[in-house]
Design a protein around this ligand. Structure first.
Ligand SMILES: Cc1cc2nc3c(=O)[nH]c(=O)nc-3n(C[C@H](O)[C@H](O)[C@H](O)COP(=O)(O)O)c2cc1C
Length: 328
């Protein structure tokens, strides 16, 4: 096949597309729900939201679901580039059903070198909820990470001033306390812990919270709640979002999140999402109004910091087999 410039282009064969999808599925997702489906037809790959995997109590509008799909979309593009392929992406294609988030054509005109290190990065990235060290994250590193969001049409701001950090701590605690008394949400969350199958979060990856200074985990409500800190000394929080609070903006924020997370991993930093303050609409608005200095809709908070040197490797979260994520 030739393109408009008369250059020969090669569409990726099915085996390459399958490899790319399996790498895309290493993306982070809310509660490891992996809420995506893929269809490959006549050289075009389609990413669909798997609405059966939405969390009706915690994520009624599907923001976290779409962020997760956006991360998978970015992982796919990243993996393609690493393996020497090019992607052209049509987000929310006109005339397609609402569940179709993107159509992707994978092709190449010339053979590029394979970047093995980038493929390793996809396998190394993980959510490590162990306590961060006190080492501060240098402001220029944060700025570099935040700048990346713009490449994806998303917005990012690092929460750095003492006043903003204090305010965010207050709001995060308020949101967590609010969510802890909502039985419906707690039940839903519990259903995704230690399922023993190809999805959900294994118990061994969740902190047991014996230490009152440990960052509060959404998964283990503590006893001495008022003594617990959500945001510790060395770590910094990046708010990610966009101009709107809709599917299109969430998808782009998901792509930006994945990009930022992989680059932070490359630099040896650790990233842990913190979505409770965003899941409660009143604290989400307060964050936009009183914590952020630029005007945008926050979709997600990321805690960024350094983990202890010499820590042991964590077991990986499971993934669904390819046959379960491909639709015919
Ligand atoms: C949109 C989104 C929201 C998330 N929210 C949280 C959170 O609030 N707390 C948390 O500890 N992890 C959160 N995570 C991390 C997921 O639990 C994690 O990505 C998933 O279990 C897969 O594990 P992995 O990242 O190690 O591959 C979130 C991830 C995404 C994509």
């Amino acid at each position: 096949m030739t393109n408009r410039l008369g250059t020969r282009t090669e569409r990726a064969p099915a085996a390459v597309v399958e490899r790319l999808v399996s790498l895309a599925c290493l993306a982070p997702s809310v509660h490891n729900t992996q809420p995506w489906l893929w269809r490959h037809d006549d050289g075009v790959l389609e990413l669909q939201a798997d609405l059966r995997r939405r969390l009706p109590a915690e994520d009624p509008r599907g923001r976290n679901l779409t962020l997760s799909c956006g991360a998978a979309l970015h992982h796919l593009q990243f993996a393609a580039r690493a393996l020497g392929w090019e992607t052209s992406v049509d987000r929310l294609p006109a005339g397609a059903p609402d569940t179709v988030l993107a159509r992707i054509v994978v092709s190449r005109t010339v053979h590029h070198a394979v970047a093995r290190g980038d493929i390793d990065l996809l396998r190394t990235r993980c959510t490590d909820r162990r306590r961060f060290t006190a080492w501060p994250v240098p402001p220029d590193r944060l700025d570099d990470l935040c700048r990346r969001a713009g490449l994806w049409g998303a917005r990012a701001e690092a929460v750095t001033s003492d006043a903003a950090r204090f305010r965010l701590e207050l709001l995060a605690n308020r949101a967590i306390s609010f969510l802890e008394v909502e039985g419906r949400r707690l039940l839903e969350q519990d259903r995704w812990i230690d399922r023993g199958g190809p999805d959900g979060i294994p118990l061994e990856l969740l902190p047991d919270d014996p230490d009152p200074l440990q960052a509060r985990s959404r998964f283990r409500p503590g006893v001495l709640e008022d003594t617990r800190l959500v945001i510790h000394g060395g770590e910094r929080v990046i708010a990610l979002g966009g101009d709107g609070d809709d599917v299109g903006s969430w998808l782009r924020t998901g792509e930006a999140m994945s990009d930022l997370w992989l680059e932070a991993t490359r630099a040896g930093m650790s990233v842990v999402p913190m979505t409770q303050p965003i899941e409660v609409e009143s604290t989400r608005h307060e964050i936009a109004r009183t914590v952020l200095t630029s005007r945008f809709e926050p979709h997600l908070l990321l805690r960024v910091g350094w983990q202890a040197i010499g820590r042991r490797d964590l077991p990986r979260t499971p993934r669904r087999p390819l046959r379960d994520v491909f639709v015919g």
